[in-house]
Design a protein around this ligand. Structure first.
Ligand code: SAM
Ligand code: ZN
Length: 271
């Protein structure tokens, strides 16, 4: 069973009604939506706290449209087949918990436990709308509020890569499930926005201290036939804020978009 650990002293946090407390009496209130803020004050000076509400809402609405369901199914199959019963799972950089909620449905009856962290308060608020059984905290993936070697699995789905923390929190033999975009991912969207669209660079697949157990690529053509979904897709990507107003406006009123979507679901085992 995963317990949060105190971001001040590192001891376990125990739930006492609407508060988490450690044995040294550091207290963290549980918000009415059910999450706890475990972000340390020195971390809260970071300029941007992950994705903002506009991006999170766009992703929440887009994912609810089922457009990434093939990825979700591939990921659920992998998690289901590799994890033992009673698994403890950390969703690191969970966003609105679209994928971990589906994993929670898939593993139902197997006595598992999921805790999720994101540095964005808006993300955990949207995540709380999906699943009350996932324990939610505002925290950085680079300093996760979990004890060493307590997790059977960590999910790193389009979130910042925090290798030292995956190594620290996973048990020996535990699994890292990683999802990355491939070369042509969203190229059709980029072609509409940029004069010179670029393909994604290939990512390094070898991870020190981990063995790659499986790589499943998911590739298909996504067809969007309404401007709202196209707008949501653009706003949920990191491209949105990096794009000039002039280029952003190229999508205004666009009713149809065809684009390749390409992901890799990577399963690593810690040794
Ligand atoms: C592209 S989104 C992916 C969200 C979710 N895993 C999904 O696939 O739907 C990346 C997420 O990482 C979060 N994030 C960015 N930097 C972070 C950090 N240092 N610690 C924790 N979360 C972070 C963002 O707030 C955002 O929710
Ligand atoms: Zn403490």
């Amino acid at each position: 069973m995963l317990k949060f650990s105190c971001p001040v002293c590192g001891n376990f946090l125990y739930q006492d009604d609407k508060t988490y407390k450690c044995e040294r009496n550091h207290c963290f209130d549980i918000a009415k939506q059910g999450y706890v803020n475990l972000l340390q004050s020195q971390q809260s000076h970071l300029k941007r706290h992950g994705d903002d509400k506009l991006m999170i809402k766009a992703r929440y609405d887009f994912l609810n449209g089922g457009y990434y369901a093939p990825l979700m199914k591939t990921l659920c199959n992998a998690v289901d087949s590799y994890l033992p019963d009673k698994a403890s799972i950390i969703d690191a950089g969970c966003g609105d918990c679209y994928y971990s909620s589906s994993i929670s449905d898939r593993l139902s009856g197997r006595n598992f436990d999921i805790a999720a962290v994101d540095i964005s308060k808006d993300a955990v608020i949207f995540a709380a709308k999906r699943k009350s059984s996932i324990k939610l905290a505002i925290a950085s993936v680079f300093s996760m509020p979990f004890a060493d070697s307590g997790a059977d699995a960590v999910l790193n789905i389009f979130s910042p890569f925090a290798l030292d923390e995956y190594r620290r929190t996973l048990k020996q033999g535990g699994f890292l499930f990683r999802v990355i975009p491939l070369e042509n991912h969203l190229f059709g969207l980029k072609e509409k926005v940029y004069d010179k669209p670029y393909k994604n660079p290939a990512e390094e697949l070898n991870i020190n201290g981990f063995k790659l157990a499986e790589k499943s690529d998911v590739k298909y053509t996504l067809e969007l036939n309404d401007s709202e979904s196209i707008d949501n897709l653009f706003k949920m990507t990191p491209y949105y804020y990096k794009t000039s107003k002039k280029d952003q406006e190229k999508l205004n009123g666009l009713e149809h978009l065809q684009t390749p979507v390409e992901f890799s679901v990577l399963v690593y085992q810690k040794y």
